[in-house]
Design a protein around this ligand. Structure first.
Ligand code: ADP
Ligand code: ASP
Ligand code: MG
Length: 401
């Protein structure tokens, strides 16, 4: 008898008909004699709808109330699923984040899990229940409801799997695994049967929303194999994300894209110790998430600094930088929005040459300009105009696969 964690995303639970398919997956594992914990997202586009209704009221909601609102979608799904399983004759019970409880910090909208108290779930298992848990939400030590950021139900699932020391965590979604790139962008995509945590972490962090990046981090830390597969497909093997070493790696494993990126360039910073640090200290104090950073030198002894942010943070970032322009010793602050990040990821690039030139060749042949390049051991990221990003992904995919 094992412990199996299953997670079903928004499209997998969108309708009553789809919930019936979900019940089949759950009861199949349960009937094998396993204890089953199920994590679900809000149905269909419920979370998007809640957010757009909130925007009808204000563009700057109180962050506590925002979390109270957006966490409601998952509560509908857990109860419906439990009711359906009960109706089929199974003992099933729903739990919200606070009922588990999943304890988080108080960073509303992007809360991190501090701990999970698993006694309630384990006791319910002993009593023969299938336990249905709301994804994406937790509770602070002070009793405030928090959420984990868009796509956060994956993180609930793997965190619950880690806390229960589950045998595996199956993430059911609307595609049959992790592909060489988003199947909605390129044709001829190939399913990746096995991918290492490190590569998956890069792909997710760089925009492949098939898995929330934080769930991959937890999987790696607690050595929980994560299987991504399609809800509508019988006996799918999907993609396994785990610690893996293949004898020979492909040049690259996959391509990811992230839209709504803005590049900020701070021109003419004094080339002195602390000048760069001051900028990032200031932004971090205001909880602005800064990504790809490139520092270069202008004509004089001054340095120029470019970095990327999510476009949603642009107004706030510009305000902070402009207000502090003099103390930062910045001459000019420029921004360039409507950009996307396009990245190639793969362990295989560590011991091969010519990968970057192959990527750039694909972009050159498609007449696509790059606005910034950054690399690490297992990835190369470029910034391109957002309206050319899909074309870039296709061109690069054709070149490598
Ligand atoms: P869920 O609601 O089940 O959590 P998501 O919409 O969050 O599903 O994630 C699944 C989507 O991720 C797919 O529909 C696909 O468009 C997208 N995606 C992006 N990159 C990839 C990739 N490399 N492989 C598979 N799917 C990807
Ligand atoms: N319902 C949340 C969202 O749409 C969490 C999730 O689906 O993972 O982002
Ligand atoms: Mg998701």
């Amino acid at each position: 008898m094992g412990i199996i964690v299953q997670k079903f995303g928004g499209s997998s639970v969108a309708t009553t008909e789809k919930l019936k398919i979900v019940c089949n997956h759950i009861t199949k594992e349960f009937k094998k004699g396993n204890n089953v914990a199920v994590i679900v997202s809000a149905q269909g586009k419920t979370t998007d709808k809640l957010i757009s209704e909130e925007k009808e009221i204000t563009s700057s909601p109180n962050s506590r109330e925002h979390d109270v609102l957006v966490s409601t979608g998952e509560q509908i799904t857990i109860s419906k699923l439990a009711i359906m399983l009960n109706d089929l004759g199974y003992k099933a019970i729903s739990l919200t984040g606070w009922q588990v409880p999943i304890i988080t910090d108080s960073n509303f909208g992007n809360a991190k899990i501090k701990s999970i108290k698993n006694e309630t779930i384990l006791n319910l298992f002993k009593e023969g229940y299938i336990v249905i848990i709301a994804g994406f939400q937790g509770i602070t030590e002070n009793g405030e409801i928090t959420t984990f950021g868009r796509g956060g139900s994956d993180t609930t699932a793997v965190a619950i799997a880690a806390s229960l020391k589950a045998d595996k965590c199956d993430i059911y979604t609307d595609v049959d695994g992790v592909f060489t790139t988003d199947p909605r962008i390129a044709e001829n995509v190939k399913k990746i049967d096995l991918i290492s945590y490190d590569e998956m972490l890069e792909l997710s962090s760089l925009g492949a929303k098939v898995l929330h990046n934080r769930c991959v981090e937890i999987g790696k830390k607690f050595d929980i194999p994560i299987v991504v597969k399609e809800t509508g497909k019988e006996n799918s093997t999907g993609t396994i994300v785990k610690n893996s070493k293949s004898l020979e790696n492909m040049e690259i494993s996959g391509i990811a894209k992230d839209d709504n990126i803005t590049r900020i360039t701070v021109m003419g910073l004094e080339n002195k110790i602390g000048k760069t640090y001051n900028i990032f200290k200031l932004l971090s104090e205001h909880k602005i998430n800064v990504d790809t950073i490139v520092q270069s030198f202008g004509e004089s002894i001054n340095k120029n600094l470019s970095f990327t942010i999510k476009t949603a943070d642009l107004t706030e970032t510009l305000r902070i930088l402009e207000e502090n322009k003099d103390s930062l010793t910045a001459k000019e602050i420029l921004h360039f929005d409507n950009l996307s990040k396009v990245s190639i990821v793969g362990i295989g690039m560590t011991n091969r040459t010519g990968i970057a030139s192959k990527m750039f060749e694909a972009l050159y042949e498609s007449n696509i300009n790059m606005h910034l390049i950054s690399t690490s051991e297992i990835k190369i990221t470029v910034l391109v105009n957002q309206d050319e990003a899909d074309k870039a992904v296709k061109a690069i995919h054709n070149k490598f696969f």
